[in-house]
Ligand binder design. Structure first.
Ligand code: XIL
Length: 388
């Protein structure tokens, strides 16, 4: 549609002008603001982000994996989404399909259809898959509260992990074995979160989960995953230290843990992550652990300014954050939480912008066009040493 194309052109031009004004011109590739008639003037599949210019090609050239959380129904039901995921990602993670609520319609029944779709898709496109997650206080099925008790909780957790990790044994790059177990605000010893698992099994549930996962799948990298551990604020510093202490206890007890996932749900209006996180990543490296950026997105809900200015602020966070993280030799995997703003979990009243204005936290917008964040992420990847 001509009108749409024109407004896209206008948008690109305004973004370029705003970037120059904000000293961020180097965030955008040459020609970002120029109309390309060969692309229909609207750059629907812009040549400069496909093939060897794609995120996954740049990541491969720099010895790392890059990807996103995916929704199985969109992979099978929406060609444009599937094409984009195939083109850009070398690693996928199910956004919800491997959570208890999705897998377990009833205590004695499993539904692997969603997760299997993702595995099949990934195999067809030469992509790796991370598992997310085996043990969390959220996304528990409706029957959980009335069925799982102090007496049978350890049994439920063990059987779940044996079944799920066992089914995909040898096929996954990693498993988020335990998700979000630290929450100093719960006020409990060791900063542990007050979760159903803690209340029913006690603090040993964490090591039980990791040991069971290792037995079920000897090759997936076993990961502890958490959020709000990126910044140098007092709260996040305290939480990060509690995560580090947890990992140290696990190592001391001989529990199998290979990696820590830093979720990286960042806020464009907050300070940038810095020295504290860098130190944390290096301490984990010294213990032989990898670090994965597992769920990156950048929320712009608290930013003032027009859409172009907000895009650039978001892109600035992508570039600065990923450049810092990817400079660390034990950080070789980065995923965003979704690929397109069309399906970001940040939409809506809880996390989204007031007045329903669209969120733009991801590398592609709701029309599958690359946002400045795409180029910022690719630039950060390029800042690593070339491997080939
Ligand atoms: C979110 C999903 O994106 C939503 O679709 C779902 O409704 C709730 O969970 N940390 C995590 C993810 O580890 O599993 C969460 O995913 C986002 C925060």
């Amino acid at each position: 549609m001509a009108a749409e194309r024109r407004s896209r052109r206008e948008f690109l031009k305004r973004a370029t002008t705003a970037a120059a004004a904000g000293g961020l011109a180097d965030l955008l590739p040459a020609g970002y603001g120029e109309a390309r008639e060969s692309d229909g003037g609207g750059a629907r599949t812009p040549a400069d982000v496909a093939g060897k210019h794609s995120m996954r090609a740049h990541a491969a050239a720099h010895g790392m994996l890059v990807g996103c959380a995916v929704i199985p129904e969109k992979l099978t039901g929406e060609q444009e989404y599937a094409n984009l995921v195939a083109e850009q990602a070398s690693i996928l993670v199910p956004e919800n399909a491997l959570k208890w609520a999705a897998l377990r319609p009833a205590p004695d029944r499993y539904d692997f259809r969603g997760a299997d779709i993702i595995l099949v898709f990934a195999q067809a496109h030469g992509q790796k898959v991370r598992g997310h997650n085996l043990c969390w206080h959220e996304a528990l099925p409706a029957w959980f509260a009335s069925t799982v008790t102090r007496e049978n909780a350890a049994q439920f957790l063990t059987e779940h992990i044996q079944t799920v990790a066992g089914r995909y044994a040898g096929k996954l790059q990693a498993w988020d074995v335990v998700n979000e177990a630290i929450d100093p605000k719960s006020g409990l010893p060791d900063g542990l979160r007050k979760s159903p698992w803690l209340e029913m099994i006690g603090p040993d549930y964490i090591e039980l989960a990791f040991r069971t996962a290792r037995k079920a799948d000897a090759t997936a990298l076993l990961t502890y995953n958490d959020y709000s551990i990126e910044l140098d604020s007092p709260d996040q510093t305290e939480k990060r230290e509690a995560v580090l202490a947890l990992v140290k206890r696990m190592k001391a007890n001989g529990a199998p843990i290979d990696a820590v996932g830093v979720q990286s749900h960042l806020d464009a209006s907050a300070e940038l992550p810095g020295a504290g996180l860098q130190k944390f990543v290096r301490e984990l490296a010294a213990m032989g652990l990898q670090v994965f950026v597992t769920e990156m997105d950048v929320n712009d809900r608290k930013l003032q300014g027009n859409a172009e200015e907000r895009d650039l602020a978001v892109a600035g966070v992508y570039r600065n954050y990923l450049t810092m993280m990817l400079a660390e030799p034990n950080v070789n995997v980065a995923l965003t939480w979704g690929i397109t703003d069309r399906y970001t979990w940040l939409k809506g009243a809880k996390y989204g912008r007031a007045h329903g204005e669209p969120e733009r936290p991801l590398p592609f917008d709701a029309d599958y066009l690359p946002t400045p964040a795409f180029f910022a992420e690719r630039t950060a990847i390029d800042s690593r040493r070339k491997t080939a």
